[in-house]
Design a protein around this ligand. Structure first.
Ligand SMILES: [Zn+2]
Length: 257
């Protein structure tokens, strides 16, 4: 099969996953059934037929409106489907089928689900973190062997403990919940994916990314409840994407010390 045909098939496959992540990210925090349940319109609750649920295509043919109540379907739906399709296709074109390909698919999927659930409901779901961690451990065992896998797991546990410590200190200083439980669990995935050294870069980068957003949000809405998960997730994504560059940077810093 030609390279581009594979990429197109992966785009379609990714768009279908994006469609599923939308349902998971929106229904999961409300503890609604995600599988074995009919898809419904967000606005009128009407059951949707299969032809209303084709990723991207349905949005275009319905001109962005529900077939039944004619209310607008969120533009985020096709955008998320397109982005996930693009991630899947990019992963193949950039990494071919390799260890990095699978890890990229897993972390971009977790990132997308965190974006949907944390921005809409301030929740990071356990299920994608658990499924993602198991898949990463299996991939590590297959591609890297037992010893490196154990090192990554230890990195994950260390990151979990560091975030827990940051939360305890933050709670004392701000006298309220400073970090969500989901952020702490996600720190395990960060350590597991990029190891301890690079995880520290992920933490620093996420603070830099979150800062301007928190300021803007505070001034516009007079509210400082900002979800931190999306910033952690995008930082992990960025560090993984440019992992060689970040490793070189870390080596340079270590040498100069
Ligand atoms: Zn409707």
């Amino acid at each position: 099969m030609s390279r581009w045909l594979t990429a197109i098939l992966l785009f379609i496959w990714g768009a279908c996953f994006g469609s599923f992540y939308l349902v998971l990210g929106k229904r999961g925090p409300k503890k609604e059934k995600v599988v074995n349940d009919r898809s419904r319109c967000d606005k009128c609750g009407h059951n949707l037929a299969w032809y209303d649920l084709i990723p991207i295509i349905s949005y275009i043919t319905l001109l962005g409106k529900c077939r039944y109540c004619k209310k607008n379907i969120s533009i985020l739906n096709p955008i998320i489907e397109i982005v996930m399709g693009a991630f899947f296709a990019f992963a193949y074109l950039h990494y071919s089928i390799s260890y990095e390909f699978w890890i990229f698919i897993i972390i971009s999927s977790i990132m997308m689900i965190i974006f949907i659930s944390d921005f809409s409901a301030f929740t990071i779901l356990d299920s994608p973190l658990i499924v993602g961690s198991i898949l990463i451990i299996i991939l590590d065992l297959i591609y890297k062997g037992l010893k490196p896998t154990l090192l990554y797991v230890v990195s994950g546990i260390t990151m979990f403990c560091i975030m827990l410590l940051i939360k305890k200190i933050g709670d004392l200083i701000f006298k309220k919940d400073s970090l969500g439980g989901g952020d702490i669990k996600f720190a395990f995935v960060i350590g597991l994916t990029v190891g301890f050294r690079l995880s520290l870069i992920v933490l620093i980068l996420s603070a830099f990314l979150a800062l301007p957003y928190s300021y803007a949000y505070f001034f516009l809405k007079k509210n400082n409840e900002v979800p931190f998960g999306p910033f952690l997730a995008s930082s992990l994504f960025i560090v993984f994407l440019f992992i060689d560059k970040f490793n070189t940077l870390l080596d340079a810093i270590t040498l100069s010390l």
